[in-house]
Write a protein that binds this ligand. Sequence first.
Ligand code: FAD
Length: 259
Amino acid sequence: MKIAVCVKEVPDSGPARKIDPGTKRLDRSGERTLNPFDLNAVEAALRIKEAGGDGEVVLISMGQPKALESIRKALAMGADRAVLVSDDAAAGSDLVATSTVLAKAVEKEGADLVIFGQQASDGDGAVMWAAVADRLKMPVISQISELDVSGGQVKARRQTEHGYDTIETGLPAVLAVSDAVNEPRFASLKGIMGAKKKPQDLLALADVGVDPGAAGEAGSKTTVLNLAPPPSRGDTVKIEDDGSGAQKILEFLVERKFV
Ligand SMILES: Cc1cc2nc3c(=O)[nH]c(=O)nc-3n(C[C@H](O)[C@H](O)[C@H](O)COP(=O)(O)OP(=O)(O)OC[C@H]3O[C@@H](n4cnc5c(N)ncnc54)[C@H](O)[C@@H]3O)c2cc1C
């Protein structure tokens, strides 16, 4: 079975995300890493391959060429090879344009199963898998907390706000796993040493059959009109804890009739 895992390089900036006022895009300078949620997707793919005894796990990404450095983390975990679509004409791609490119790259690979993490830690959209599944006309199961893929069938337990759904589908399919689905393995020293030597294809838009007009700003449906800092939270009260902090918090809440 060929399993494609979509992975993304993200800024390693924690919650301190900055928007570049010039381009009105996320500032992607500085330290970068692999999207943490994608580690669960890679782990899920490796377990399916290992249980089946054969197959291939291919990482698919769109980003800057230097993203390969982060993607190697997933190769070190055990993925077989990586495909990175990188093209100047893809800069400024929103969800619509990015999903076009990823869907074409998956199609080119002819994957039986496509696995995503639940969200990217920079964009936090948690929707890319749905957009790609729609373009590929494949069934999609999201928010997967338990997964079984065998005999050409997928059985997934999906976490919802009301409880759990159990959903079954055939292949090909698109899956988005939550971080509850597994505990990603650590890469071994041998894995880390071998990652650089695994095939890593850097493709242009034309290589995956995407017209430049369908990617980047030209292919995007979103326009950022304005940027502003979040509104002030109004009056704030800072309570210094000199040993009576808990009492002061209680008095504050009682005064405002919260308790
Ligand atoms: C106007 C505009 C301009 C933008 N310009 C740029 C830009 O120049 N460069 C840029 O990097 N982003 C850009 N973005 C952000 C980009 O469109 C989003 O990152 C993308 O739509 C994915 O959304 P998300 O990060 O919320 O992913 P989510 O929906 O939260 O991610 C879900 C899953 O999809 C995977 N995924 C998401 N994106 C990719 C990818 N590129 N490759 C492989 N897997 C992926 C994630 O790893 C995760 O597993 C722009 C957005 C807008 C609105």
